[in-house]
Design a protein around this ligand. Structure first.
Ligand SMILES: Cc1cc2nc3c(=O)[nH]c(=O)nc-3n(C[C@H](O)[C@H](O)[C@H](O)COP(=O)(O)OP(=O)(O)OC[C@H]3O[C@@H](n4cnc5c(N)ncnc54)[C@H](O)[C@@H]3O)c2cc1C
Length: 459
């Protein structure tokens, strides 16, 4: 009998599970209330990286002199940028939709909720429909966390979803939150020429990241004139009219009494899962105190026939992880786990921060190894040692590789610098496949290329 597989949410987790399950023979339905591609396409990964790429082109154009060219000073064309972002989003949505329908996946536009252990109800524009399933996947993602001390208005007090692009380019902006999303916003707005202040609740941007990595980014921010308000927690964000000139401002107040005035503020303090309106209790699926759905290593929830993947699962909130979880769910559902199936190891997930310089890491971190008392070998090579960095007129950053001193097996690494998000793939592959440093050293890599720093760091 064909497995009836219902997926709620058409983001990376949902659409990957759908593609693979359909390929493996399941009868798949995806219910999506917004657009196929999910928040990842609509608000998060794709628009943010498109804006960052355009901002990168702007900041590069301010350094043309170093390439032996005449300086230019481009201005932002908000309309042009908006249509570039929309164009890429539509292209990706169309491609994903086409892939799903070509595999025979049924797509339903509507909002789903569970009505029993094997039924969901979908409320759409044409009324409601009840679907029966043998297996279901909850892949409903997350949305920006909004604290009770602030009311974003989409105009001057912005969440991450109001910025791609903003209606008006901020003259000055205060970013609240110095995690991955916060620093990407700092980079983006300062590339576009805004005067940026970052409220950093700890003493380091990117808390939890390798301090050496964070230091390179902080240096870059300071050189660009970004103000870092360290050790401060925002307690309110309000709109005010400036008495002096009658212009509107946003005032961010912090718990230590410091106050920042700017034309705009962006809130980047994490996300909350979209599980509140799913009636998970009707299906007997448990959630934790934060609303996330606990899963086992196969993405199985407290109900054996119901899976959860992506941001709702409370694992790493990354599109790449969501996609792979979706694929693993399909493999498990269709019985592939009994053959050629590897469990997901979240500790081996590569991640990147699209700042300038870019930051990427994978596997074991140096601080983590020291904290656990594990013996490691750490090798570090600056990009300035490679000819390609000089050719690129950008020699910021380094490659760091962490390996086991006894066996030479690569355990992790970090890269700060141009194309770090691409270069980390070599270390990620080594970590996943338990390769040794000698495997990297003996690869015949390209010259001149930034990857030469990888080979040197592996020496
Ligand atoms: C600003 C920003 C930038 C980011 N950049 C990156 C990046 O560069 N790289 C990266 O790997 N990750 C990035 N992320 C994280 C990434 O966007 C998420 O991890 C990813 O979108 C999670 O995928 P998902 O499938 O779980 O959910 P989503 O992409 O959120 O999709 C879930 C879908 O479910 C739908 N849905 C919800 N409830 C219902 C319901 N009841 N009925 C029907 N449909 C429903 C929603 O409409 C949505 O389309 C970024 C996040 C942010 C905030």
């Amino acid at each position: 009998m064909t497995t009836r597989f219902v997926i709620i949410g058409g983001g990376p987790a949902g659409n990957n599970a759908a593609t693979y399950a359909a390929r493996l023979g399941a009868q798949v339905t995806v219910i999506e209330r917004d657009v196929i591609g999910g928040a990842a396409h609509l608000w998060d990964c794709i628009p943010s990286k498109t804006m960052i790429a355009t901002g990168g082109a702007m900041s590069f154009s301010r350094r043309l002199e170093v390439m032996g060219l005449e300086q230019s000073d481009p201005e932002v064309d908000v309309e042009g940028l908006t249509s570039r972002i929309e164009g890429i989003k539509h292209h990706m949505q169309a491609d994903t939709t086409q892939l799903l329908t070509s595999q025979g996946v049924r797509l339903i536009r509507g909002t789903a909720r569970f009505t029993g252990s094997h039924t969901v109800e979908v409320a759409g524009a044409d009324g409601t429909e009840v679907l029966e399933f043998d297996a279901a996947l909850v892949a409903t993602g997350s949305r920006p966390r909004i604290p009770d001390w602030c009311s974003p208005d989409g105009d001057r007090i912005l969440t991450t979803r109001d910025c791609y692009p903003p209606k008006v380019f901020p003259e000055s902006v205060t970013v609240v939150g110095s995690g991955v999303t916060g620093v990407e916003f700092v980079h983006m707005f300062s590339s576009f020429g805004a005067d940026v202040t970052l409220v950093v609740s700890r003493q380091q941007v990117l808390p939890g990241k390798d301090p050496e990595v964070a230091a390179v980014l902080e240096d870059d921010f300071l050189q660009r004139g970004v103000k870092l308000l360290k050790g401060a927690r925002a307690t309110s964000i309000e709109r005010v009219v400036d008495d002096a000139d009658g212009t509107e401002r946003v005032v961010v107040s912090c718990d230590d009494g410091r106050v920042v005035r700017s034309t705009h503020a962006v809130l980047a303090i994490g996300s909350v899962p979209n599980t509140g309106d799913l009636d998970l209790a009707a299906a007997g699926v448990e959630v934790d105190g934060g609303g996330y759905i606990p899963i086992d290593h196969n993405c199985v929830t407290s109900q054996l026939h119901i899976y959860a993947a992506g941001d709702v699962s409370g694992k790493l909130p990354l599109s790449s992880v969501a996609s792979m979880q979706g694929r693993k769910v399909a493999e498990r559902l269709m019985g592939l786990h009994q053959r050629d199936h590897r469990h997901l190891d979240y500790d081996k997930a590569a991640s990147a921060i699209f700042t300038e310089p870019e930051i990427a890491d994978v596997g074991l971190a140096e601080a983590e190894a020291f904290a656990s008392g594990r013996k490691i070998r750490v090798t570090k090579v600056p990009f300035s040692a490679t000819p390609k960095a000089l050719i690129n007129a950008d020699s910021r950053g380094f490659v760091k590789i962490i390996s086991d001193p006894a066996t030479g097996v690569v355990l992790g690494g970090s890269i700060v610098g141009r194309h770090a998000a691409e270069l980390i793939s070599v270390i990620a592959l080594a970590v996943t496949a338990n390769l040794k440093v000698t495997d990297i050293v003996e690869s015949l890599l390209v010259h001149p290329a930034l990857s030469e720093a990888l080979a040197e760091a592996a020496e």
